[in-house]
Design a protein around this ligand. Structure first.
Ligand SMILES: Nc1ncnc2c1ncn2[C@@H]1O[C@H](COP(=O)(O)OP(=O)(O)OP(=O)(O)O)[C@@H](O)[C@H]1O
Ligand SMILES: [Mg+2]
Length: 232
């Protein structure tokens, strides 16, 4: 199994009371899976993704990538894996405001010290997400949906084995959403494993598995049921 999550919990304290944001989650993801997670606001979806992306230490439980528990690795090794094997599209904005769009996209390439045509790949990805004309602009000059697409291109820069995306199309119109979801479907067909949190039920058709998060608990159900269970 590519990703094996067992008994994963995240607890926070609020006014002296401990509460579970992610509650005993088990999840196995195989190579080539396209997994969609839905659920109400505040149900723990981003917390779960942040832990899987190696950015937030669980209170208990473990996450194994190729049989190796990622939270037992040293920070340097963990960042190395994050840079080279995972692509992460965060829910908030994570662009660097002092770099151009183009430099934001190609940054992961240099962070992982890869060899090759970074500029060529960055241009290709900017074209894929429809941002070629904006390559030399600064992020402060972009709209919310354009910024989101910069993050999508950046997450794909190092050809990740696993793409983790937290509501990647939430700022996008229907047409641009389709362009991005088609891009995800294509890279999934080429072998990239995808884990996506989504609010748009019509994006569920792109995946092969649908899970619902409810008060920190994750349940899997047949895809056909998901569309019948709108929650928004
Ligand atoms: N650092 C923190 N300290 C305390 N509580 C937190 C922290 N981070 C998140 N929470 C709480 O945990 C719960 C789950 O948050 P999370 O961001 O995972 O929800 P979500 O399902 O992604 O919601 P949304 O759909 O709105 O993005 C929320 O009630 C939130 O307030
Ligand atoms: Mg969230």
């Amino acid at each position: 199994m590519l990703l094996e999550i067992k008994g994963l919990c995240k607890e926070y304290k609020r006014r002296e009371k401990t509460f579970s944001v992610v509650d005993n989650v088990d999840l196995s993801i195989g190579q080539g899976d396209f997994v969609s997670v839905i659920g109400r606001s505040g149900s723990g979806k981003s917390t779960l993704l942040n832990m899987i992306a190696g950015l937030l230490e669980p209170t208990s439980g473990n996450i194994k990538l190729d049989d190796r528990d990622i939270y037992t690795l040293k920070d340097r090794k963990k960042s190395e894996i994050r840079n080279s094997r995972l692509g992460y599209i965060p829910q908030g904005f994570g662009v660097l405001y002092n770099l151009t769009v183009f430099d934001n996209v190609r940054l992961p390439f240099y962070l992982s010290k890869r060899q090759g045509d970074a500029a060529g790949r960055a241009s290709f990805l900017l074209d894929e997400v429809g941002l070629s004309p904006l390559a030399e602009m600064m992020p402060s000059q972009l709209s919310g949906g354009e910024l989101r697409r910069v993050l999508i291109a950046r997450a794909l820069m190092n050809e990740p084995e696993i793409l983790i995306a937290d509501e990647p199309t939430s700022d996008l119109d229907i047409e641009t959403t389709k362009i991005i979801m088609d891009l995800f479907a294509r890279i999934n067909q080429n072998g990239t494993t995808i884990l996506i949190v989504t609010h748009e039920l019509d994006t569920l058709e792109f995946g092969n598995r649908v899970l619902t998060m409810e008060s920190g608990r994750l349940t899997e159900h047949a895809q056909s049921n998901a569309a019948e269970k709108p929650y928004i």
